[in-house]
Design a protein around this ligand. Structure first.
Ligand code: RB5
Length: 142
């Protein structure tokens, strides 16, 4: 079955979000939850809508803002969300293997498109290792 991926951005991440959608749409069921133009908008609203979908349907999400930080701060306020702000592929891989990250946050003003797409691919394709990491993830949720 094709994996469903929620993707959202504010105006600061709008262009990179478009590049990620183009990159993923042949292989994933990509659901764009906004914003839908470069007009200024509020990243906490987008992050909240995205993580509610993640929690409701047990899918993963990618959130993009100017730095990736506002999105990650907001997303991590929600129990069950493990949002990872990544600027390199090593971190993207490790946060899937060890933290079972379910939200990837990127900064359009920080990370160029080529690197961002590599981070996205790495994060999407890397599996959680489980084992001792499962216990630690459960400790986060407690
Ligand atoms: C918007 O200007 C900017 O503050 C936002 O995209 C994000 O970087 C916040 O963390």
């Amino acid at each position: 079955m094709t994996e469903r991926i929620i993707i959202g951005s504010d105006h600061g991440g709008f262009m990179l979000k478009g590049e990620i959608i183009k990159h993923l749409q042949a292989d994933y069921d990509v659901v764009d939850i906004g914003c839908y133009s470069k007009d200024s908008c509020d990243y906490p609203i987008i992050a909240k809508n995205a993580v509610n979908e993640v929690l409701k349907t047990n899918c993963r999400a990618i959130l993009v803002c100017g730095t990736g930080i506002g999105m990650s701060i907001t997303a991590n306020r929600f129990k069950g969300i493990r949002a990872s702000h990544c600027t390199d592929a090593f971190t993207a891989r490790m946060t899937r293997m060890h933290n079972n990250s379910n939200v990837l946050c990127l900064g359009e003003r920080i990370t160029g498109t080529g690197l961002a797409l590599d981070i996205v691919d790495t994060w999407l394709k890397t599996e959680f290792e489980g084992g001792r990491h499962q216990r630690r993830v459960e400790q986060i949720e407690d």
